[in-house]
Design a protein around this ligand. Structure first.
Ligand SMILES: *Cc1c(COP(=O)(O)O)cnc(C)c1O
Length: 633
């Protein structure tokens, strides 16, 4: 591949910066995936998608899930803590826990629990359904099952079932009332879970979730509540069950300084409780370990200014220092890093289906007739006379002329044909001015705005609300890259719109090293050959938070493993939602729908308005359509 193209592709998509070594551009211009950073094995995403689409008849959108990446991220996390503990002479262990709310899919949870011998990954649940699923999973004896979130009696009863099944269930108390429930059930049944206390820290995180920490946080016990809990636990004779202190200062902490501050405070709380006689064994530091979505390595919301090793070093060093000062044993460190463990492992593949025309594009050149109104002839002159010196001024003049054109039209002075002509000339003038601006050494701000307006709008076969809801809800950026044609320089700039009937169903913010881009550079769309885009780093939160807006359902899914000789295997195909499943979700029973539709047809036949065999065919078609996909075919 031509070096110049390669460099441009790197500048546009920054794959090296955000991919953490899992994705890469091949010399054939295709995106590659690796099972682990630095691994020699790889597979081409384009080849995988081609096989899925042509041989396996899987329609887009597609979720590609790479379980090896989950395992690799767990290894990296545990490796970072092990290295930090060795480096600083930490004398307790790391206890990794996977928080199910980040991605509760069975395949994801099973992957983490698989390697029970080496890492002893535990689970964290924040609701009864999560706990219900977790209770039946085989876990290694030492691994933890943590119960977070607000709890009622049913929740705690479920937790006690886990104790009966031999699990190390820790009920983490968020409120005094929860502790009272635990103690009451203990008095009634003589069985108690392990107990954790969630502290409200004064320290806060940074980025979007900063308010998860601090004094006004939704969760956690104040200092006086914390002390009250300890007293109640002692009174009940359950001191030996009080095993863990927990805090969580928010997800995607963008600034490493915040982590250090929170650790100092939390370690001090642990040490004081320990010194007062509580036999706490675990300090649970929650989540917050962020993912560098835009590859900028900054404190920006979609980025982080640290590596996993720096994060682990700061945590371990701070806790060790405080504990040594206070002369208490080092606690086992529980991490609940969900985003870090899952974000990389799944990719959403969509295809561009069409270009939405927003203004006169691809129009034949306008010719001027003698009887054209003056506003048109002047626009034509502006358009023809544009050059590198006058493009700014010409653009301003064109704006005025466009207003004038519409004023005259509203007064009845300009025909529809002339209005059309004038609009074509206006947009052509804008496009030419933008071209001049792109070549200028110091592009002006207003042309950025024009660029956004003139950007192609590509219709992509997916639902933003289903597959990347955080893009809509909180303006989260995800890297988006074509998975092929990366040996050609892109010549279009575009924004993306999805297939929902919602004008918010669009992506017009893209990653950049210094800024956020309003448009994405893409190849020009050609109806005759597919053009696939990957939306990356969607493995954390997106799947479970995705909604059924417009009744679009789950995309088809493929799980892929890359084996020792570098071949990939499709280890599992999971069919996406069918139309009848999505209508059932909105409480339409299939049988009732069929019966009602049949009645409508029968009435038409009886009235002599429809032939009986036509009605039969229509009914069969209606029935068959229920098994169809919810996305564009
Ligand atoms: C959401 C949550 C996590 C996961 O946080 P990440 O930043 O995704 O790692 C961990 N612990 C608690 C208590 C949470 O609420």
């Amino acid at each position: 591949m031509n070096d110049e193209v390669l460099q441009r592709i790197q500048e546009l998509y920054r794959v090296e910066n955000w991919s953490a070594g899992y994705f890469d551009v091949s010399s054939r211009g295709e995106l590659l995936v690796r099972p682990a950073p630095g691994d020699a094995r790889w597979a081409s995403l384009k080849q995988i998608v081609d096989e899925l689409v042509t041989e396996r008849r899987q329609q887009l959108p597609l979720i590609l899930r790479f379980p090896q990446i989950l395992a690799s991220q767990a290894r990296l996390l545990c490796g970072a803590y092990r290295a930090a503990m060795e480096k600083y002479g930490y004398t307790a262990k790391h206890a990794p826990v996977f928080p199910m709310k980040v991605n509760p899919r069975r395949e994801v949870v099973e992957e983490f629990l698989k390697d029970t011998q080496r890492y002893r990954v535990g689970l964290e649940c924040g609701s009864k359904p999560e706990l219900y699923a977790a209770l039946a999973q085989p876990q290694s004896a030492e691994s933890l099952l943590l119960c977070n979130g607000f709890k009622d009696e049913q929740f705690i009863r479920l937790a006690l079932l886990g104790i009966k099944a031999g699990k190390r269930v820790v009920v983490i108390v968020e409120k005094l009332a929860e502790l009272r429930l635990v103690l009451r059930l203990y008095r009634e049944h003589g069985i108690a879970p392990w107990i954790g206390l969630r502290a409200k820290l004064y320290s806060r995180g940074s980025g979007k979730w900063a308010s998860s920490g601090g004094e006004a946080a939704k969760f956690g016990l104040t200092t006086s509540e914390l002390l009250k809990c300890v007293a109640l636990i002692r009174e009940a004779g359950l001191e030996d069950r009080l095993t863990l202190l927990h805090f969580h200062i928010g997800s995607q902490i963008t600034d490493i300084k915040r982590v250090k501050n929170a650790m100092k405070e939390a370690a001090r709380v642990y040490a004081k409780l320990r010194a007062s006689g509580c036999q706490l064994e675990y300090l649970d530091i929650g989540g917050g370990l962020g993912v560098d979505y835009d590859g900028s390595r900054t404190r920006f919301e979609s980025s982080v200014n640290y590596s996993v090793q720096e994060f682990a070093n700061d945590v371990v060093y701070t806790v060790k220092t405080v504990c040594d000062e206070e002369d208490v044993p080092h606690p086992n460190l529980v991490t609940e890093s969900g985003r870090f463990m899952t974000a990389y492992h799944s990719v959403l593949i969509t295809s561009i289906r069409d270009e939405i025309e927003t203004f006169a594009d691809d129009e034949p050149e306008v010719t001027i007739d003698d009887d054209d109104p003056q506003v048109i002839t002047e626009l034509k002159e502006l358009c023809d006379g544009i050059n590198s010196k006058n493009y700014g001024e010409s653009y301003h003049d064109a704006l005025e002329h466009k207003d004038e054109l519409h004023t005259q039209f509203n007064l009845g002075l300009v025909s529809l044909e002339d209005r059309a002509k004038g609009e074509v000339l206006f947009w052509e003038t804008c496009a030419r001015a933008l071209r001049e601006s792109d070549e200028a050494r110091f592009p002006q701000e207003e042309f950025e705005h024009l660029k956004r307006i003139l950007a192609a709008k590509y219709l992509c076969n997916f639902s933003l609300f289903r597959s990347a809801p955080d893009s809509w809800a909180i303006g989260q950026l995800f890297p988006i890259v074509p998975i092929h044609r990366l040996d050609e320089s892109p010549d279009e700039f575009a924004t993306l719109v999805d297939v929902t009937c919602d004008s918010d169903g669009k992506i017009d913010k893209f990653i950049d090293l210094r800024d956020v881009r309003d448009t994405l550079d893409l190849h020009s769309y050609d109806e005759d050959r597919p053009y696939y885009l990957g939306i990356f780093l969607v493995g954390a939160y997106q799947e479970v938070m995705g909604s059924a807006h417009n009744l679009f359902g789950q995309p088809n899914e493929a799980q892929i493993v890359i084996d020792a000789d570098g071949r990939y295997h499709l280890t599992k195909l999971i069919a996406g939602s069918r139309i009848h499943e999505m209508t059932a979700l909105a409480r339409y029973e299939k049988a009732t729908l069929l019966e009602s539709f049949r009645k409508l047809l029968t009435a038409r036949v009886e009235a002599g308005q429809l032939a009986a065999d036509d009605a039969d065919r229509a009914f069969r078609d209606y029935d068959a359509a229920s098994a169809g996909t919810t996305y564009l075919d």
